[in-house]
Design a protein around this ligand. Structure first.
Ligand code: KG4
Ligand code: ZN
Length: 362
């Protein structure tokens, strides 16, 4: 079944068409330029930007779906007059992110999904945004690549701007959360550190670049929060405070070298905690088959650390295979929805579906 998927959970207006794990079309409108000057996502601006663009992004995604299909199937007919209606004839269901995320942003996607489900009489599938990040390593391109197949159980780590969670996936769509952050998420911590350093937003990629220039070494030995605790939870807000005082104490004039070394040290601390807590989870669960999803795993240094970790335990690690799949996108939402559709997990009463800003996995 082909699925039209919508995600407006934060600051990306994203729409995709998928069939099983294959992405047939994918459009993402990032609002980074809108929020950049405020140093973070501003809810009302996000809502307005989603509202202004959602119709256009849906249209564009359906248009690309028709064009791609024409190329793939070598069809010769002319271009349709009504893109939306023609494309919707070939689509069986509509998937939408129900939560977690920004309430005012989520509601824009949900409203659009409901409208379309009613108009075209399609099944509606509600997806948890975090399920999307967990499944992101399995998303394939139009040609069905990469071919990686499922081999349960998995230990999944989500590292995004809003979440840091360790989850066991015993089989499709069955999650058991075994660890989570008690305060800031890993990406949020990187963003805040970048702000303290006077860098731009989002901070993760900027810190990655500076850290690499400083050889990814640790120069300041900042705290490794919660590393010694026996549980699998994370906490990054104390690290941010320690970083703040380090900057204040040194009254650092942030020359290039000093900034690079500070960025590198902060990144080392965050990543060491992520890797060592995951190692603890491997030992506790006996699962050495890892999945890592979310914006922070765009970071090549972190990928290397997780590859090393997996090989230390003779296991494997899978990451989102294409860069766009690390950040927010609707393709991963559509792929989860495909597995839900196989089990007929539809949302039957459209009027009941509502945003769930704090939706949990289990
Ligand atoms: O998954 P995502 O796009 O949005 C959420 O669902 O939160 O994650 C965004 C986060 C931001 O905190 C951003 O700084 C971080 O991912 N990020 C990175 C990199 N690229 C994005 N962190 C470290 N290194 C990167 N290359
Ligand atoms: Zn996300």
């Amino acid at each position: 079944m082909r699925i039209l998927a919508i995600d407006t959970s934060c600051d990306e207006t994203a729409v995709a068409v998928v069939e099983g794990r294959k992405v047939l079309s994918n459009v993402i409108f990032s609002q980074i330029l809108i929020h950049k000057k405020w140093g973070g996502v501003v809810p009302n601006l996000a809502k307005k930007a989603h509202e202004d663009r959602i119709d256009m992004i849906v249209q564009e995604s359906l248009r690309r779906y028709l064009i791609n299909r024409k190329i793939t199937d070598n069809l010769r007919y002319g271009f349709p007059n009504n893109i939306e209606e023609d494309a919707m004839k070939e689509i069986g269901g509509i998937a939408v992110t129900q939560g977690p995320g920004l309430a005012v942003a989520l509601e824009v996607g949900i409203k659009k999904a409901k409208e379309m489900a009613k108009k075209y009489r399609k099944k509606l599938i509600a997806v948890n945004h975090l399920e999307g990040h967990i499944y992101s390593p399995f998303v394939q391109n139009r040609q069905g690549k990469p071919k990686i197949s499922f081999n349960f159980p998995y230990l999944a780590l989500i590292v995004s701007g809003g979440h840091t969670e360790l989850v066991v996936l015993n089989k499709h769509l069955e999650y058991q959360r075994i660890g989570a952050t008690l305060d800031d998420a890993a990406g949020e911590a990187l963003d805040k550190a970048a702000k303290l350093l006077g860098l731009g937003y989002p901070g993760g990629p900027l810190i990655e670049r500076l850290a690499k220039e400083a050889d990814n070494k640790d120069y300041h030995n900042l705290p490794r929060p919660m590393l010694k605790s026996d549980n699998l939870n994370f906490s990054f807000s104390g690290l941010k405070t320690a970083f703040y005082y380090l900057l204040k104490k040194g009254n650092q004039n942030l020359s290039g070298k000093i900034t690079r070394e500070l960025a590198s040290s902060f990144q080392c601390s965050v990543f060491e905690v992520l890797v060592m807590k995951t190692e603890k989870a491997i030992k506790k669960t006996g699962i050495n088959n890892l999945l890592v999803g979310g914006g922070v795993i765009a970071n090549l240094r972190l990928r290397k650390l997780f590859r090393d970790l997996a090989s230390k335990y003779s296991g494997k690690v899978a990451f989102p295979p294409y860069k766009y799949l690390t950040g927010d996108n609707a393709a991963m939402i559509g792929v989860v929805a495909s597995f839900k559709a196989e089990k007929e997990l539809y949302f039957n009463d459209l009027n009941v579906l509502d945003r769930e800003p704090r939706l949990e996995l289990c």
